[in-house]
Design a protein around this ligand. Structure first.
Ligand code: DGY
Length: 316
């Protein structure tokens, strides 16, 4: 049984999968699509990254493929419906990265509020000439309203962080979570209420047909001019062109982004803005979590190819 792994993982996966023949591409850059097609052709299993496009063409090209384990919780890079038609099991890595990703979102929120990145740059540039009352005035999180768009595992973990800062928590999601509302003091609101009332608006949703470009110019115009937007979900939920216009016209106060509409391409107009923090999609990037994600992917391969059983986190 042959398994392709498309990038180097922070885990001794060769040893863990020693019963298999491994085609391990030990690189730290996304595999070009043509190379992926070529190398997956004779494989029974595939461990892929969120940057790998796993489409109809790929499935048609890999007749032996039985399992695809996506090294991410989001799986909008995979045509799961077609995989199902082809009898290929698709798995992802939920749960283990929940807190890690929420923490990064929180880091973005607090850094934006207190202008941490800007102030660090200023200090390194030798511009600090002594304490003064107006230097880098930011805004408090305490008692502010945080609006969470997408209240799944990550959205709820984010809310848990906010609770410690006594923030007012509102959310909008496909489902209403009554128990979490009680535990976290969170309140379900309409999308309109979410965008008009939030001081900090955090996107923690997976990408789907309903939320593609959900945050466009019309939405930004309705938000508070003092509001910040943070995206730890998926880039195309925000129309990036419109975000630039919103920032340039002061419709919102700032943005913290970990994901982008045309990843890894980023609208260059975002680069020179002090009220924007840009991260290179590192939501789940802690040593512990990335190792756990790799083990989960390997376990999915073992379940399907060796134990002939349904993996714990099968999506189809
Ligand atoms: C995921 O797993 O989908 C995250 O975006 C990774 O950081």
């Amino acid at each position: 049984m042959k398994v392709l792994i498309t990038q180097k993982l922070p885990f001794d996966i060769e040893n863990y999968l020693k019963d298999f023949e491994i085609d391990y591409r030990k690189e730290h850059t996304p595999i070009p699509y043509e190379e992926l097609l070529e190398r997956v052709r004779g494989c029974d299993g595939l461990i892929c990254m969120l940057s790998d496009k796993i489409d109809k063409n790929l499935f048609d090209n890999a007749p032996n493929l039985k399992v695809v384990a996506n090294y991410a919780v989001g799986y909008n890079n995979i045509d799961v419906e077609y995989a199902t038609k082809k009898g290929v099991v698709v798995c992802n890595t939920p749960d283990v990265l929940t807190e890690t990703t929420a923490e990064l979102g929180f880091a973005l929120m607090i850094s934006l509020a207190r202008r941490v990145v800007e102030a660090d740059k200023f200090t390194r540039e030798g511009k600090f000439e002594g304490w003064t009352p107006n230097l880098f005035l930011g805004t408090d999180l305490y008692k502010k309203t945080v609006g969470i768009f997408g209240f799944g595992r990550i959205g709820q973990a984010f809310a848990r962080c906010c609770k410690g800062f006594e923030m007012e928590i509102i959310y909008h999601s496909r489902n209403q979570y009554f128990q979490s509302e009680l535990l976290l003091g969170a309140k379900y609101v309409s999308f309109e209420e979410l965008i008009t009332n939030s001081d900090f608006l955090v996107i923690a949703a997976p990408l789907n047909d309903d939320n593609y470009h959900k945050f466009d110019l019309d939405v930004f115009k309705k938000m508070k001019r003092t509001a910040f937007i943070i995206n730890i979900g998926r880039g195309p939920i925000i129309k990036e062109d419109d975000l630039v216009v919103a920032l340039e016209n002061g419709y919102i106060k700032g943005a913290g982004l970990d994901v982008y509409e045309f990843e890894p391409k980023i609208d260059e107009k975002l680069f020179d803005k002090n009220n924007v923090i840009l991260l290179p999609h590192i939501g789940s990037a802690s040593e512990e979590t990335r190792a756990k994600m790799a083990k989960m992917c390997a376990d999915a391969i073992i379940s399907v190819l060796k134990n002939k059983e349904k993996p714990k986190y099968a999506l189809n």
